[in-house]
Design a protein around this ligand. Structure first.
Ligand code: NAD
Length: 359
């Protein structure tokens, strides 16, 4: 691979800012990327990862920050996209001082960037960050665990997928195959059962989660991980890891609708998005359908009112349908359509700001 040209990349994808920081006393070493702040402050979690190279860390941060721009825009939130990656081994680096040092760098961006927890960071870590900055979300005792809200958003997205495919969204008339019954899959199954789902298959690799399901909902049928794709279901719900929709698995899928919580579930957005489209399967784009957790955290910034969070999360139904309609009309994949939808909103808001209004 040739040299990575950061300014070329920033120009190509319209990034605003890349910040490197290093704190000698704690070993804090990281990068914050602000992709776009047209709609509001850039929000995105802080990830700690032992990257093989500094370039890997930069590329990951750039990619994740841009993803946050589209996710927030598509969710109708007044937030931009950003991300922080910290380089090193989370197990040895973490301390109060380490996170307070991070908080000071976040504060130095004067609210252009708001952080939160992500891979290898917790609400406890963020409580240290909050000692040094006002610009941190996802704190303990505030909006709480986002997973039930993420799952609720997915539930609404599932209904939108059914509506598009079958012209009705009655959960009780349909069958489901859920891949992964962890934080989000478990709650999704709960909502589906509550709505009277005809039959649910699920798969898991964690014995504890298999047992929990057997105890709490014995009517939910366990299938082996490799068998979940071909389960006889109307909706396939990927709620495990990313990349599970690929050249090997897509041909196996029986369900005419795919709708789940997993991020980056298409191994390759273009290749596998098209593969799904060519099979006539309705795919509800990951970053549109799984925005419930982000909606939840956003409300923490504006005085948390549960009813408002629920109402905003319910709107995922309309957004998924709108995106699916764009995909159909334009003859593109729904993942591409979701980006068109997000970019349109950013452009529209940018345009109305051309006149001068004193505040
Ligand atoms: P989780 O780790 O709690 O649950 C995932 C579950 O999938 C685990 O129980 C794991 O054992 C299982 N699993 C992993 N590989 C599997 C396989 N091959 N077959 C069967 N089961 C498998 O994670 P989560 O919080 O539920 O997140 C799931 C996905 O949703 C992730 O991609 C995450 O990025 C995304 N997501 C989560 C949230 C949230 O609020 N938690 C928000 C947005 C997106």
């Amino acid at each position: 691979m040739g040299e990575f040209k950061v300014f070329d990349y920033m120009q190509k994808h319209q990034y605003e800012q890349v910040v490197y920081f290093y704190d000698q006393s704690t070993g804090l070493k990281g990068i914050t990327v602000i992709h776009n702040t047209t709609l509001g402050p850039a929000l995105g979690g802080t990830r700690i990862w032992n990257y093989a190279t500094e370039e890997d860390a930069l590329i990951d941060c750039l990619r994740l920050a841009r993803g946050m721009t589209y996710k927030s825009a598509a969710a109708g939130l007044n937030l931009g996209g950003g991300k922080t990656v910290l380089i090193g081994d989370a197990a040895t680096l973490k301390s109060e001082a380490y996170f307070r040092a991070l908080g000071r760098y976040v504060q130095s961006l004067s609210g252009r960037y708001i952080t939160a927890e992500d891979v290898n960071t917790t609400t406890k870590d963020m409580s240290y960050v909050a000692m040094e900055t006002d610009y941190v979300a996802g704190l303990e005792g505030k909006s709480g665990n986002p997973s039930p809200i993420t799952a609720l958003g997915v539930f609404h997205g599932v209904k939108a997928g059914l509506q598009k495919k079958f012209g009705e969204s009655d959960i009780s008339a349909h069958t489901f195959a859920v891949q992964g019954a962890g934080q989000t899959g478990y709650y999704l199954i709960g909502y589906l059962l509550e709505a009277g789902a005809k039959k649910i298959y699920f798969t898991e690799i964690n014995q504890k989660h298999i047992q929990r399901m057997a105890q709490e909902h014995p009517e939910v049928v366990f299938v082996k991980p490799e068998d979940i794709y071909a389960a006889d279901a109307d909706v396939f719900c990927p709620c495990a890891l990313g990349g599970t929709l690929n050249g090997d698995t897509i041909p196996l899928i029986k369900a005419p609708v795919i709708a789940g919580s997993a991020n980056n579930v298409l191994l390759d957005e273009e290749i596998h998005g098209n593969m799904i489209r060519e099979r006539g399967i309705i795919y509800c784009p990951d970053f549109v359908i799984n925005a419930g957790g982000l909606i939840n955290v956003y409300h923490e910034l504006h005085g948390y009112v549960k009813e408002r969070v629920m109402a905003d999360t319910k709107k995922i139904y309309d957004r998924v349908l709108e995106v699916l309609d764009i995909a159909e009309k334009e003859g593109i994949t729904s993942q591409q359509a979701a980006k068109v939808f997000a970019k349109k909103r950013i452009e529209a808001v940018r345009n109305i700001r051309s006149n001068y209004i004193p505040r």
